[in-house]
Design a protein around this ligand. Structure first.
Ligand code: GRF
Length: 215
């Protein structure tokens, strides 16, 4: 059975592209991206979706005064596609607890830090400012807490001496493009599950930091 995926994004969509490529490159990938939804009409990620012949939808948050009303409309839009999994890929909106509860156990996010360190924005600059020796990215199931939720997968790298935040961000993004397709494939294969204690991979509870991706 194919795992139906809806991707939400607001920007460039390089993570969407990595997912598209990984699905296309595999002869028997168990997933299909059935729609890409954006709150930003000119997000380049929509262009990437159109190029891959994936349905696109725009729901502009500026035409809603209440977050909850926007999220209800977003749920209605997403559910038209009957997704098994909703993938946040640079969707720059804080989601209401109603939204998160609706997709509990089938909502993944990627964040450019080694969570729980550096939640929120400007993660690379903040990691450098704090003199972090290690940095990276995380895929997690989404809970109501911003950039919170049980971790599925992390990739780590050593920060280089005198590295700029742009250079660091680029290296982290390249890792994101490896771990997000991996996590999505695991989900589509039915190998990962959100359980009350955390995340299970192949029936075994993962450590709190998730599976460590080797690169
Ligand atoms: C990535 O850094 C991701 O970790 C964060 O938003 C960014 C999206 O980049 N959540 P892109 O649109 O996938 O290129």
């Amino acid at each position: 059975m194919t795992c139906r995926i809806v991707v939400l994004l607001s920007g460039s969509g390089s993570n969407l592209q990595a997912l598209i490529d990984s699905i296309q490159q595999s002869a028997e990938h168990p997933a299909q991206i059935v729609a890409v939804v954006s709150n930003v009409a000119d997000a380049f990620g929509l262009e990437r979706a159109r190029n891959a012949k994936i349905a696109t939808q725009v729901l502009d948050h500026r035409s809603f005064t209440e977050r909850t009303a926007y999220d209800q409309a977003l749920i209605a839009l997403i559910d038209q596609y009957q997704p098994d999994l909703v993938v946040l890929a640079g969707f720059m909106r804080i989601l209401s607890s109603t939204f998160v509860a609706h997709y509990q156990g089938r909502l993944l996010n990627i964040h450019p830090s080694l969570l729980p360190a550096f939640k929120g924005l400007n993660t690379h600059a903040r990691a450098l400012a704090e003199g972090a020796h290690e940095h990276g990215c995380s895929v997690h199931f989404v809970t109501a807490e911003l950039d919170g939720g049980p971790l599925v997968l992390q990739a780590r790298l050593a920060v280089l001496p005198d590295e700029s935040s742009q250079a660091l961000g680029k290296r982290v993004l390249a890792l994101e493009h490896q771990i997000y397709p991996q996590a999505v494939r695991w989900f589509a294969q039915g190998r990962i599950q959100l359980i009350p204690e955390g995340v299970q991979l192949d029936g075994t509870l993962l450590p709190a930091s998730g599976f460590l991706f080797h690169h």
